[in-house]
Design a protein around this ligand. Structure first.
Ligand code: FHN
Length: 590
């Protein structure tokens, strides 16, 4: 477990450099276009769009592209879908311009998903769109040409382990139940390697190969794939999900936005509704506001945002998706400077009003919650020489002062009464010198103190199961010997309510409470049980809110640096998930 308690500027600058360092096996030049683009389109498209979530008149739960697996459809029946797949409305130029107009710089499309059906003309297996469908066209050829023309990078998704069509591959236990009879190496040698070779030989320069679900793959098999990609196209990237950490960058979990502490370049794949592949009854669309904020949040944490569309069996990107992408595009046309080629938030913690991205000499404040009485920021040591709204360059009046009495460097921005852009108003600060901030955790101008789990000193016992996941959340804290502490500055003495923020499990699963904890701070102790006292918006995923547990109230009599610890007092035995800690929040008493 990484333990971080950052208190000095120098150390923080080193951390920032480390956060942006390329992976050891990826030359900087290969990653450059990708880390600069920050925003790409994911496309899940295959013959599963014919049933579109329904099989034999029955709605099948789960993801649209998983229908074969979820409904245990025999290979022979599933194969028949190919004859019904005729996407006559497919228009490569249109797809690419939808991506381009929304500000995306690359398109990653499923060349072969887990169902094993190649969406390109493959000579390795006749199970492909050109040979088996009435369409007979190769959409990847058309997309490659359209991407070339419109200046986007084309990238291919390829499912390397799961292939429900093949008896030797992973995943199909209904047609091929005898696991011992399976020869994965055979499938790997005879389908995976030659198909990846085709993809990198027949479609011009490819931006990256998006391998997925590494499952049982061995280190040697992952390495051979990565080497093959780099041998055929040295500039082509290999996704984090090739397995065994051999990708050129990390992939966050689906719909997960990692925290800024992630060391390697990373990307998060995100759905616009719930499914990746088209499902006719999935109408749970995220609003364009959510998408814009997720894009900005991902960039502020140094990641790439790969936003999915699931075209229909006719070849049409759903209008609900197009509408949202147009809204994102409108925002990008005024604000893309704050996204492309940016570096992450220079503070190790997140701000109460939104997120920050940077470029040399600039700081971009993405304000999501518009403050009523102007915006005050602490910890900015660089001198600000100008401030403006990015969208229209309207100047913003500001005052920067060092309050000697309490050592707080405060920057005050005078803002209009209402947010110019309710989705994300970006204020750009021009800096007079190098970017320098105080990375200490401190009480914010609104009186709150947030102590994130990933910035704690986490004291783990030898038997601990707890781990810090890429979301910055400590999960599986079941061991009563583990404990945490933070150091932070209080700027405005007074009484604060202490809340413990916990998270649902990664994929929206269970939550365990009822642990008794002791919080000790400023010579006071609070003993309380983790309960569900309400929901808190999860900025990474609006559908899986955090859970607030009220721990009690503490008083700070004077300004200064304090230490807060959280120790288990009584942990219920046998919990499956244990404590999933996001942060401790101290809030002024209303
Ligand atoms: O199983 C797949 C899923 O269908 C989809 O392709 C996502 C996209 O990230 N990847 C896998 C699950 O993580």
């Amino acid at each position: 477990m990484r333990s971080v308690c950052v208190v000095i500027l120098g150390l923080f600058l080193v951390l920032q450099l480390a956060a942006q360092a390329p992976a050891a096996n990826a030359p900087q030049s290969r990653l450059e276009w990708w880390t600069q683009s920050r925003f790409g389109m994911f496309v899940h498209w295959g013959i599963y769009t014919v049933p579109a979530g329904e099989w034999n008149g029955r709605e099948i739960n789960g993801l649209g592209e998983w229908i074969m697996n979820r409904a245990k459809i025999p290979v022979g029946d599933y194969e028949k879908l190919a004859a019904q797949f005729n996407p006559v409305q497919f228009d490569a130029e249109k797809w690419v311009s939808i991506a381009k107009n929304s500000g995306m710089k690359y398109i990653t499309i499923t060349s072969k998903h887990h169902d094993g059906f190649a969406m390109y003309g493959s000579n390795v297996s006749p199970y492909n769109i050109v040979d088996l469908t009435p369409f007979h066209r190769d959409p990847m050829k058309e997309l490659a040409a359209a991407c070339q023309r419109q200046g986007l990078k084309l990238c291919f998704y390829y499912s390397q382990t799961q292939d429900w069509h093949e008896p030797d591959a992973v995943g199909n236990d209904w047609d091929f139940p005898d696991e011992r009879a399976k020869n994965f190496q055979k499938y790997y040698d005879e389908k995976v390697i030659p198909q990846v070779r085709e993809l990198l030989t027949n479609y011009g320069p490819i931006g990256l190969i998006w391998f997925d679900t590494p499952r049982n793959i061995t280190v040697e098999q992952s390495r051979k794939l990565a080497d093959l990609v780099h041998m055929l196209q040295p500039q082509c990237l290999v996704s984090g999900r090739v397995g065994h950490g051999l990708g050129d960058y990390d992939s966050a979990g689906d719909n997960q936005i990692s925290v800024g502490a992630v060391k390697r370049p990373w990307e998060t794949p995100v759905t616009i509704n719930d499914t990746w592949g088209f499902k006719k009854n999935d109408h749970n669309w995220k609003s364009s506001r959510v998408l814009i904020r997720q894009l900005a949040t991902t960039a502020s944490r140094g990641g790439n945002y790969l936003l999915n569309v699931g075209p229909t069996s006719q070849g049409v990107i759903p209008p609900e998706s197009v509408e949202r992408l147009q809204a994102v595009g409108k925002w990008m046309s005024a604000n893309s400077e704050s996204i492309y080629a940016t570096s992450p938030n220079p503070f190790p913690y997140e701000l109460p009003w939104g997120v920050i991205t940077t470029k040399p000499g600039k700081l971009y404040l993405h304000v999501f919650s518009w403050p009523q009485n102007g915006l005050t920021m602490y910890g900015m040591h660089s001198r600000v020489q100008g401030a403006a709204l990015l969208a229209n360059r309207a100047p913003v009046t500001f005052l920067q002062k060092q309050d000697k009495a309490n050592g707080v460097a405060a920057l005050n921005l005078k803002l209009p009464a209402t947010a110019p852009d309710p989705d994300d108003s970006v204020i750009v600060l021009d800096l007079a010198g190098p970017l320098e901030v105080d990375p200490s955790l401190e009480q914010q101008p609104d009186g709150t103190v947030t102590l994130p789990a990933h910035l704690s000193e986490f004291h783990r016992s030898a038997e601990s199961q707890a781990q810090l996941d890429s979301r910055g959340v400590v999960e599986r804290w079941t061991n009563p010997q583990d404990w945490m502490e933070w150091s932070f500055k209080v700027n405005a003495p007074g009484s604060l309510d202490v809340e413990l923020i916990t998270s649902q499990q990664k994929y929206g699963g269970g939550w365990d409470g009822q642990q008794r904890l002791v919080v000790a701070v400023a010579s006071q102790t609070l003993s309380a049980v983790v309960a569900d006292n309400g929901a808190l918006e999860n900025p990474s995923n609006p559908y899986w809110p955090y859970v607030i547990s009220k721990m009690g109230r503490v008083r700070f009599n004077k300004r200064g640096t304090y230490n807060l610890s959280v120790k288990p007092e009584d942990f219920p035995a046998g919990q499956m998930y244990g404590l999933t800690l996001v942060s401790i929040r101290l809030r002024p008493v209303k």
